[in-house]
Design a protein around this ligand. Structure first.
Ligand SMILES: [Fe+2]
Length: 326
């Protein structure tokens, strides 16, 4: 009997924290049950005391006391068990409905997030395409160069001194930023941008400004955000994709590692695509001829490690160029 009482008490303590504390009616019933238990237990002790000390007077009264409070204690205990099980069941059902509602909310958030990311990608492409369109491009230049950038970055992540810098997140953002590299062309007058002939030195100076125009547009947009976004990579890449490894590029004449990695990768992707594409002043070069030019420019126009990464994946470049050519 005492063992059962002890078990019941420890079970009640365990459940109290989780299910019973908020149920005032059940808490009151438990307190009353505990009081009955004290009376019942006191009766037990009284009975044993009278029995051991051989006091017969009052023994019948105490026995009646024990039976009375014992019966109430047991009846209340059964009732409480039912109450506690019911309380657990209601809590479980509440938890279940909260968890279902949370799962639904999570799904909604994930869908909204996916849609937001798609909207972001489409907005970038629309902006980039606008600049390409004015330049007489078809838009496939944007998607091809993005693929080339991804190929080089993933290859360098596997095997280059920059692999620790090229995290998955960086590579992802770099690929997303690549279409924006020539967005500054929207600021170049049509007479220069669409000129079918060699630029005069003055026209070329104006053309060079597309790097600064583009980075300025993106920097202004970036200022409106209060968190670090892919636009930071886009700003670097847009500003410096015409810099050369030997310092002879524009707009700032940066050399070597002064040129952001994103821009160094973009430079090779952009030049490979330009060489492989037909222009009014030249035919499209073959993949082999393009490779020979890039090899020659290793350490001059391009970062040697980026040229190495290109040659490790050159077959993929050739496939993309043939499948997605203009
Ligand atoms: Fe450019």
């Amino acid at each position: 009997m005492l063992y059962s009482i002890r078990q019941f008490q420890s079970n009640t303590c365990l459940l109290k924290d989780f299910y019973i504390r908020k149920n005032r009616r059940l808490s009151r019933r438990i307190s009353l049950h505990m009081t009955m238990m004290v009376f019942f237990f006191a009766g037990y002790l009284g009975f044993f005391y009278c029995f051991i000390t051989d006091i017969h007077l009052g023994l019948e009264m105490i026995t009646a006391h024990v039976f009375f409070f014992g019966a109430i204690f047991v009846a209340m205990g059964n009732n409480l068990h039912r109450g506690m099980l019911f309380s657990i069941k209601s809590s479980y059902q509440r938890t279940l409905s909260i968890s279902t509602a949370l799962e639904e909310e999570r799904e909604k958030l994930l869908t909204a997030n996916r849609q937001l990311l798609q909207t972001k990608d489409v907005t970038i492409l629309a902006l980039a395409y606008q600049a390409e369109l004015r330049d007489g491009e078809t838009g496939s230049h944007i998607s091809r160069t993005s693929e080339y950038v991804g190929l080089i970055a993933r290859q360098m992540k596997k095997n280059s001194s920059q692999s620790s810098y090229l995290t998955d997140e960086y590579v992802h953002e770099l690929v997303k930023s690549a279409p924006l590299h020539d967005i500054g062309k929207v600021g170049i007058p049509d007479r220069i941008l669409q000129k079918k002939g060699k630029f005069t030195p003055e026209e070329f100076e104006i053309m060079k400004k597309h790097c600064e125009y583009g980075s300025e547009v993106i920097r202004k947009a970036q200022e409106k955000l209060n968190f670090q976004s892919f636009l930071e990579i886009a700003t670097q890449l847009t500003l410096s994709h015409h810099e050369k490894w030997d310092g002879s590029g524009y707009p700032s004449g940066l050399a070597g590692n002064q040129i952001p990695l994103s821009a160094r990768i973009m430079a090779l992707a952009d030049v490979y695509d330009a060489l492989r594409s037909k222009r009014y002043y030249k035919d499209a070069f073959s993949h082999e001829k393009t490779c020979a030019i890039l090899r020659e420019e290793r350490g001059r126009h391009f970062d040697p490690e980026i040229v190495d990464a290109f040659f490790a994946r050159e077959k993929n470049f050739e496939r993309i160029s043939s499948e997605h050519g203009d």
